[in-house]
Design a protein around this ligand. Structure first.
Ligand code: CTP
Length: 413
């Protein structure tokens, strides 16, 4: 029998080429599963949808067939055609089984091991990880029966993506809204990556632009969106890393499947990174750190005077975070976004800051844009000039280099 771990090892990690069995059970949130399926397809996965009878009353199987381009299974006997062994084939082929939404009834049936429907049968027959995203009415979620059933599933290794608090289908406010597609996709990313080349490695990524306060309402900032940092953090999760992202308030992306530490100023970022890098293997400084901060912080809003045409703010230098952080095993990776003398400036930063690698970018073409034309420079290797790529692709290539740098470091140790 093929082991689920072995199967995942053979895959590059991430959503491209992943086989995902998506179980949809009968709650009003069933319609949200269509968006989830669509996003997984767009990310490059093959999605096999299984529906309970209840789910088919809320949303038509045709919706999922059209989205996934594949047959939808509800009856457990459905799949026994064209040489396919029904639930056994689905269970064997899946890299992960995710049930979203999982109603109280489906959770109870899973906890008891019933197999009359496709979801129950596949959940028992598979060796792939099982993710459960519950959605139900507040009191049903908190009922002792549901609590015990959820605990049973967790004890058996299932991963539960907790429901959110908010307005429920009944109109009442409470716990039980299906987790957002971003949260479900974040958990899936971590599960699909768990046997990747960075499994067991700790990676710290800084993202966004720091904010240096002038008074309670104003700050000096920069245009960094944090897109690159998020892409790197996600690519590291996709290859199994335990990721901490140290993010500024401007970083708006859904940050799931990783630990998130929020900071504002360069000084706060330095402290957070110092704390996070203990036992870390890699620090990727993708943040745009303000080189200076205001010498004074006004405790009240700075007011202009009637005859004032000029305001002078004195700035003092911030610490260079990546240069200041040291660790014997720590691989440091930096970024250099320049408007001129790109490679010379980047190489100088690589050496001055003790980096293993630096990503050199044209500042104007990169900041705030979806694509980037980067060059990777290394302390001990020839440079790699990349073509214009999406930030997600640059991030994947960067992580591939991280994997090889770690292997080299471990060989030399
Ligand atoms: N960096 C840092 N701490 C700072 C400034 C920069 O850790 N106070 C990091 C950035 O996150 C990046 C690298 O150093 O990975 C290069 O940042 P950059 O702003 O390009 O370089 P600076 O050293 O600030 O040089 P300059 O602004 O003069 O170009």
């Amino acid at each position: 029998m093929r082991d689920a771990g072995e199967r995942s090892l053979a895959r590059p990690g991430g959503f491209v080429g992943a086989r995902i069995a998506l179980g949809v059970s009968g709650g009003i949130a069933a319609y949200k599963a269509a968006d989830l399926a669509s996003r997984l397809i767009r990310a490059g996965s093959t999605v096999d949808v299984m529906m309970t009878d209840g789910a088919t009353r809320f949303i038509q199987p045709l919706t999922f067939e059209a989205l996934t381009g594949r047959a939808v299974f509800s009856d457990v006997f459905d799949g026994w055609k064209d040489g396919s062994a029904g639930h056994v084939s689905l269970a064997r082929d899946a890299d992960v089984v995710v049930i979203a939404p999982a109603t109280a009834n489906t959770i109870a049936r899973l906890a008891s091991g019933y197999t009359e429907d496709m979801i129950g049968a596949v959940a028992l027959a598979t060796e792939a990880p099982l993710l459960i995203a519950p959605a139900m009415e507040h009191h049903m979620w908190h009922h002792a029966a549901t609590r015990a059933n959820v605990q049973t599933l967790v004890d058996r290794g299932a991963i539960v993506i907790p429901p959110e608090t908010g307005r429920l289908a009944s109109g009442a406010f409470g716990d039980g809204r299906l987790a957002s597609p971003d949260a479900i996709i974040g958990s899936l990313r971590a599960v699909l990556g768990q046997y990747g080349a960075l499994a067991g490695r700790r990676v710290i990524v800084s993202a966004g632009g720091t904010r240096e306060a002038l008074d309670p309402v104003r700050y000096i900032g920069n245009r960094s969106s944090g897109r690159m940092g998020i892409a790197i953090a996600e690519a590291a999760v996709e290859t199994g890393a335990d990721v901490t992202i140290v993010a500024t308030p401007g970083v708006l992306g859904p940050l799931h499947g990783m630990k998130v530490v929020r900071v504002e100023s360069a000084i706060e970022m330095q402290r957070a990174i110092e704390e996070a890098v203990r036992d870390a293997d890699v620090l990727v400084m993708a943040a745009a750190v303000s080189d200076f901060r205001s010498r004074t912080l006004a405790s009240h809003k700075i007011k202009k005077k009637a005859d004032q045409d000029l305001l002078t703010i004195q700035l003092v230098k911030n610490p260079d975070i990546v240069a200041s952080i040291t660790g014997e095993r720590l691989l440091k990776i930096g970024f250099a976004a320049e408007t001129r003398d790109l490679l010379d400036n980047a190489r100088r930063k690589l050496l001055d800051k003790g980096l293993a690698m630096i990503v050199a970018n044209d500042a104007v073409d990169t900041i705030g844009h979806e694509r980037s034309t980067a060059t990777f420079l290394f302390a001990d290797r020839d440079p790699i000039a990349l073509p214009s790529l999406s930030k997600d692709e640059v991030a994947r290539r960067l992580v591939a280099e991280v994997i090889s740098l770690i292997a080299e470091r471990d060989r030399d140790a």
